[in-house]
Design a protein around this ligand. Structure first.
Ligand SMILES: CC(C)(COP(=O)(O)OP(=O)(O)OC[C@H]1O[C@@H](n2cnc3c(N)ncnc32)[C@H](O)[C@@H]1OP(=O)(O)O)[C@@H](O)C(=O)NCCC(=O)NCCS
Length: 209
């Protein structure tokens, strides 16, 4: 990407997602995570279909979950990176929460919906329910802006909030290279398990004083 188009890291603001920014944040996550292994397994080989499918799910999550407090990185008014954060005690949706997400799931078509349901229930089964945590994810930086420090800015803010509130952080990832990235922020690996046939890593971070 030409240097002139690269956002300067000093000009990036990291803060709560505003409601009117949800469409932009959905686009960033859908594009940024398009080639993740779980997305291939759940949504299929067509890249445009993967973008569309993930956009539907993330839009559902951000618009229907009252417990989501996403963090965004914004450059000159444009969202360039985003993470969902589920408040402690809320990351496994209640019966009502599942019902709210059902329309988005059904729009994906029956086969994809079944794969996504297995994916979500596979993660839920490994959720460390005995450790109350602020659950990170989905996290993504726009596809053409990865590797420039934007994800690290978001992680720093998320961890700052964890430490201020005295909360554990928890996350799942379907990419081995991300394990080292999260370890930089104090996460440790607590489990490794396949989800719909894809290797996944599960990580926890205690608050630091
Ligand atoms: C993972 C992700 C959020 C990191 O944000 P980022 O802004 O690209 O990362 P930073 O520039 O702050 O840090 C770079 C580090 O991120 C890690 N990384 C993971 N995926 C990367 C990618 N696609 N490009 C560059 N770095 C990546 C590497 O450990 C890298 O360290 P290195 O520079 O020593 O190799 C981002 O790359 C992304 O959106 N990846 C695709 C979607 C994804 O995997 N999301 C996380 C799901 S759990």
């Amino acid at each position: 990407m030409p240097k002139a188009e690269r956002p300067s890291i000093d000009a990036i603001e990291v803060r709560d997602l505003r409601r009117e920014e949800i469409p932009q944040a959905v686009g960033v996550l859908a594009r940024g995570m398009r080639d993740n292994p779980l997305h291939f397994a759940a949504y299929g080989v067509d890249p445009e279909q993967r973008v569309r499918s993930h956009a539907l799910l993330v839009r559902g999550l951000f618009t229907t979950s009252p417990h989501q407090r996403p963090i965004v990185a914004v450059h000159e008014g444009r969202v360039v990176g985003v993470t969902g954060v589920a408040a402690p005690g809320s990351c496994q949706p209640s019966g009502l929460g599942k019902l709210r997400q059902l329309p988005a799931l059904l729009t994906l078509g029956p086969r994809t919906a079944v794969r996504v349901a297995k994916w979500v229930s596979g993660w839920a089964a490994l959720d460390p329910k005995e450790t109350t945590h602020a659950h990170l994810g989905p996290l993504g930086v726009d596809a053409h802006l990865q590797g420039m420090g934007i994800g690290s800015l978001i992680m720093r803010e998320y961890c700052r909030r964890l430490d201020t509130d005295g909360h554990h952080g928890y996350l799942e990832t379907d990419k081995r290279e991300n394990v080292a990235f999260y370890q930089r922020f104090g996460f440790t690996l607590i489990a490794e398990s396949p989800i719909i046939g894809v290797p996944n890593w599960f990580m926890l971070r205690p608050p630091t004083s």
